[in-house]
Design a protein around this ligand. Structure first.
Ligand code: AHM
Ligand code: MG
Length: 333
C-alpha cells in the first residue's frame, strides 16, 4: 500500500478548503520542529541532554535541559516562516514576539514544549502539545490579551508523543488524525485516520496519591470505580497513570478511558494543576473531535474564558459517558 505523508495529507486538507496555505505551513513547521525534538530525546544520555538545566521556568518549576532545548527548537523553527503574529510557551513568561526582520502572519501559536518532563530521566514517554488561534484583527503587536480566547476558537491543535515510536496527532476541526515518524525516511506517515474515543470505558487515569485532597464529587466517583462490579457502577475498572498527560491522552484516544487532574486542596490556590492554554485546551479540542468530552467538572473546558496566559484549570476528559457521570456528581448538592 502506498503511504500518505503528513505533507500530502495537509495539501489535501488545503484543497478541500479546510485549511489555508498559511495554516498548512504552520503545521508543517511544528512537525519539523517535533522531529528535531524527537532526535534529541532519543539520544538521551549519549547527547548529555538529561538532567536539570539549573534554571526555573515561569511557573517556578526546575527546568530540565530538554525543556529548554525543546522550547528553543520550537521558537526558532517558527519565527521566520511568516505565518505567525506571535507565540506563547509554557516555559516563557511573556508573549514571544516575531523578530522585526521577519514578516508576520495571522496566527498565534501556543505550546508546552516538553510535557511530562519528570519522565525524561527515567526514559518514559514525554510529549509536545500545541494550539493555534487567530490573531485578533488590528493587533499588529499581539499582547497577552490577544491570546486570551476560549479554546473553542482554536483553529488547530495537536501533540507529539515521544514513545517507542514518535507520533504526531492533529486536528484542524475535522476529526483527529495520527501520523507515525518513519525515522529512516524522516517523514510522518498517516497511520490512524479519524481516531475515536468509545463512549464507555473501564479504564481511568488519576494520581491517587492526591485522594485526600480531592473534592467530594471526585472522591465519590473514584470510590465507585474502585468498588468494581459490586459497586453502583456495576463493572470492574483498571487504572493507568503515566504522569505524562500526552501519553495518558494518547492511550485514551487509542482505546478509551477517562483522564483526571481535578481540583484539589493542594492546587486550589493556583486554580488547578494543568495549564489551560498549553495543555487543557488543545487536548480538549482533540478529545471532543474524537467524540469524547472534556470538562473542569463544572464547565466545558473549551468554554472557559481565560484571564491569564499561564492560567491553570482542573481537567477531566475522555469517554463521554464517564465524563458526563462525573460532571453530574459535581452538579449534585
Ligand atoms: P509538566 O508540563 O511540567 O511536565 O507538568 C504536566 C504533567 C502532566 O503531563 C501530567 O499529567 C502531570 O503533570 C503529572 O502530575 P503528577 O506528577 O502530579 O502526577
Ligand atoms: Mg505540561
Amino acid at each position: 500500500m502506498r503511504s500518505v505523508t503528513l505533507t500530502q495529507f495537509l495539501i489535501e486538507q488545503q484543497r478541500a478548503g479546510r485549511i489555508t496555505a498559511d495554516l498548512r505551513l504552520l503545521i508543517e513547521v511544528v512537525a519539523r520542529a517535533v522531529k528535531a525534538i524527537s532526535v534529541n530525546i532519543s539520544k538521551g544520555a549519549l547527547a548529555g541532554v538529561l538532567g536539570e538545566a539549573g534554571t526555573d521556568n515561569v511557573q517556578g518549576e526546575a527546568q530540565k535541559k530538554l525543556d529548554v532545548i525543546a522550547n528553543e527548537i520550537l521558537l526558532q523553527a517558527n519565527e521566520w516562516g511568516g505565518h505567525l503574529a506571535a507565540m506563547a510557551s509554557e516555559e516563557v513568561e511573556t508573549v514571544h514576539q516575531i523578530p522585526f526582520d521577519y514578516p508576520k502572519g495571522g496566527f498565534l501559536l501556543l505550546f508546552d514544549p516538553l510535557d511530562g518532563s519528570s519522565n525524561i530521566d527515567v526514559n518514559i514517554s514525554v510529549g509536545t502539545i500545541f494550539s493555534v488561534l487567530r490573531n485578533p484583527p488590528g493587533e499588529a503587536e499581539p499582547t497577552e490579551g490577544s491570546f486570551l480566547q476560549p479554546g473553542r476558537e482554536q483553529v488547530a491543535a495537536g501533540y507529539a508523543v515521544y514513545g517507542p515510536s514518535t507520533q504526531f496527532v492533529l486536528t484542524v476541526g475535522k476529526g483527529v488524525h495520527a501520523f507515525t515518524l518513519d525515522r529512516e525516511m524522516g517523514s510522518f506517515i498517516y497511520t490512524q485516520p479519524y481516531m475515536t474515543i468509545p463512549a464507555d470505558t473501564h479504564e481511568f487515569a488519576i494520581n491517587t496519591s492526591n485522594a485526600r485532597f480531592w473534592e467530594a464529587p471526585l472522591k465519590r466517583y473514584v470510590d465507585e470505580m474502585v468498588q468494581g462490579k459490586a459497586g453502583p457502577l456495576g463493572k470492574d475498572y483498571n487504572m493507568r497513570w503515566v504522569a505524562s498527560m500526552v501519553a495518558d491522552v494518547h492511550r485514551i484516544l487509542t482505546r478509551g478511558g477517562v483522564f483526571m487532574y481535578p481540583m484539589d486542596e493542594k492546587c486550589r490556590h493556583q486554580g488547578g494543576k494543568l495549564r489551560l492554554m498549553y495543555e487543557a485546551n488543545p487536548m480538549a479540542m482533540l478529545v471532543e473531535q474524537a467524540g469524547g468530552a472534556a470538562t473542569t467538572g463544572r464547565e466545558r473546558i473549551l468554554d472557559v474564558q481565560p484571564v491569564r496566559l499561564h492560567q491553570r484549570v482542573p481537567v477531566i476528559l475522555g469517554s463521554k459517558n464517564e465524563v458526563e457521570r462525573v460532571s453530574g456528581y459535581h452538579r449534585e448538592p
